[in-house]
Design a protein around this ligand. Structure first.
Ligand SMILES: Nc1ncnc2c1ncn2[C@@H]1O[C@H](COP(=O)(O)OP(=O)(O)OP(=O)(O)O)[C@@H](O)[C@H]1O
Length: 591
């Protein structure tokens, strides 16, 4: 659904109007009738004035009661219709705002990691919220401040035409000309509102980024510097906001001048018509009230259009950023991955991030089901890139990757999660309970199974020490747990997800050797049948693996069991020796 969302504001908003067309249809009907009633009360008043202006008689009295009755009926209908419209608008606009938030989030969540790498999370979430608010504000403004004044001005013109057709025609032409000029001027300045919206989102993003890294800020004593950074961004935002508001004030000023001239013109015309005997006392009163109606209506309209223009610009800016087409989409014929035994086949895969410098070159690899494979190599040799390709974060530039005989490009991305579980290098957790984090891949899991997995991965001792045990909230990104504790939860989470393949990316790097050994033993049994591919800088963690693949400059330079590779005295042994000597070129801290 989200893939089809238009990227420009009004077509985007119309999607939601169409989705609940009957609601908006009733709303517009109620508003239209309410406006008709409001303006008709002025005609009812003219009728009453004309009646009471005649000499008193029984017939005149009867007509006066009749006029009063019509007037009272119109006032009551007017109130009922406005308030009914109020309830309808509240229901429909909140519903649409909710749908917009959901759809934008759905689109956002399907972007590739590369998209998120270039953008601040806070700025993205701010844009989703501001889009829903802007859409709701535009809806409210159109419903209450654009349609009613536009219609009352139009209805007023119709009533004026009953007094003098030419006057109504001239007025209509003037009003139209004013509206067109104002609209064109407002469009010319819309870049000011978009620029302002961009500054607001950037400021929000920076604040969230700093709050997320507040520990680093404190430890480097950089509070003052960061406050200065925000103050500077805020100053730029204020300037942009001011420019956007001033441009609108100029328009309002122009509009106010033009409508005052127009209204006074109508009143002068009324007096002239009365003087020429072509208008009654009631007609003059009607022209006076109607010209005030037009004055008020166009003033309200101008203010409303300013609001709409600003919110439109905000929405446009947000849609431009969020509704970027997805870099990785499922092929038209893509099917959910068929569940297999966990065979991975990499056929002549080459890859480059920038299209120039190759990062992986002609990788050929067959990993049979159940095999435990360690990927090693110097920093920058391409291990993480190969991992990313296995998870289809990127597609290979050449060659293909098959999962149980299925080309990754031909299966749906979401279904890949049923084939492989991942323990990522950066084990951030959701700010939810331990229980929810552990069972993230298997939400319907029985509690006993959760506890069993916790025991295997040494999570039990972590949980025992927590105030609400499995129901303890772990804090933002799991901050209330240590790095090693987080890693144990992430391993348990992957263990509980029944996929035939498990990818471990530095999965035990934060554990002490005692815990690492215990977990390795537990994993041996738990992962008996599963295919495991692990990247580890600490080569000792791969000692019990069936096979080691050594990468260098994007090529496989060695492939065999750990013992075999040691015997061969090639690159693997060199890495091992360097690491034992504490001279690891792999990663110094891992030695
Ligand atoms: N997103 C990216 N955009 C551009 N180049 C990248 C990107 N990610 C990695 N690279 C480059 O690709 C090469 C391989 O990086 P990769 O992260 O795959 O190596 P690695 O073996 O996992 O390294 P490490 O052991 O340090 O994690 C490096 O030269 C790196 O600079």
């Amino acid at each position: 659904m989200s893939a089809e969302l238009p990227r420009t504001p009004f077509p985007f908003l119309m999607t939601y109007v169409r989705r609940h067309s009957w609601r908006y249809g009733i709303l517009m009907t109620a508003i239209t009738l309410a406006v008709l009633c409001s303006v008709s009360t002025q005609y009812g008043l003219k009728y009453l004035i004309d009646v009471v202006a005649t000499p008193a008689s029984d017939e005149a009295l009867r007509q006066a009661w009749q006029a009063l009755f019509i007037l009272a009926g119109l006032i009551v209908a007017d109130i009922i219709l406005w308030r009914g419209g109020g309830y309808l608008a509240a229901g429909s606009l909140t519903l649409s705002a909710g749908c917009i938030r959901n759809d934008l989030f759905a689109h956002l969540s399907q972007h590739s990691p590369a998209y998120f790498a270039d953008r601040l999370p806070g700025a993205l979430s701010a844009r989703i919220s501001s889009s829903a608010i802007s859409a709701q504000t535009i809806g409210n403004t159109v419903a209450w401040n654009v349609v009613p004044p536009a219609m009352s001005a139009f209805t007023a013109l119709l009533f004026i035409s009953l007094v003098d057709g030419w006057l109504a025609l001239v007025l209509f032409a003037c009003a139209l000309a004013i509206a067109v000029v104002l609209h064109l001027l407002a469009r010319k300045k819309s870049h000011l509102h978009e620029t302002h919206a961009g500054h607001v989102a950037a400021l929000d993003g920076e604040i969230v980024d700093i709050v997320g890294n507040i520990g680093v800020v404190r430890s480097f004593g950089a509070g003052r510097r960061e406050r200065g950074r925000i103050a500077e961004l805020s100053r730029v935002e204020v300037q942009a906001h001011r420019r956007s508001l001033y441009s609108m004030e100029h328009l309002r000023f122009l509009h106010a001048g033009l409508t005052v001239v127009l209204t006074i013109g109508v009143m002068i015309a009324g007096i002239r018509l009365w003087h020429a005997g072509r208008a009654t006392t009631g007609d003059v009163a009607l022209l006076a009230t109607l010209s005030l109606t037009i004055l008020n209506a166009t003033r309200d309209l101008a203010i409303a259009l300013v609001e709409v223009a600003q919110q439109r610009a905000r929405l446009a800016e947000a849609l431009k950023v969020i509704l970027v087409p997805h870099a990785m989409t499922d092929a038209a014929h893509a099917r959910p991955a068929r569940r297999g035994c966990g065979e991975i086949r990499i056929e002549d895969v080459s890859f480059s991030y920038d299209g120039r410098r190759p990062v992986l070159r002609h990788i050929n690899l067959v990993i049979p089901p159940g095999q435990k494979v360690g990927l090693v190599g110097r920093s920058g040799s391409g291990k993480s890139t190969l991992f990313a390709l296995l998870q289809r974060v990127h597609d290979p530039g050449a060659g293909r990757i098959l999962l149980d005989g299925q080309d990754l490009r031909h299966v749906t991305q979401e279904s890949l999660a049923t084939a492989m579980a991942v323990v990522p290098q950066d084990t951030s957790l959701f700010n939810r309970t331990i229980r929810e984090n552990m069972s993230y891949g298997t939400p319907d899991l029985a509690f006993e199974e959760l506890v069993a997995a916790a025991a295997k991965t040494r999570c039990e001792e972590v949980v025992e020490a927590l105030p609400a045990r499995y129901d303890t909230m772990v804090g933002n990104r799991g901050v209330k747990l240590s790095g090693g504790q987080r890693q144990r939860i992430a391993i348990a989470r992957a263990l509980l997800t029944p996929t035939p393949i498990l990818l471990l990316d530095e999965a035990t790097s934060a554990l002490d050797s005692e815990n690492e050994h215990a977990i390795a033993e537990a994993l041996k049994e738990a992962l008996h049948r599963r295919t495991v591919v692990a990247v580890a800088h600490r080569l000792s963690t791969l000692q019990n693996f069936d096979r080691i693949i050594v990468l260098d400059e994007g090529r496989i330079v060695e492939d065999g069991s750990p013992a075999e590779l040691v015997r061969r005295q090639g690159p693997y042994l060199a890495l091992l020796r360097q690491q034992r000597a504490g001279l690891s070129p792999v990663r110094p801290e891992a030695a």
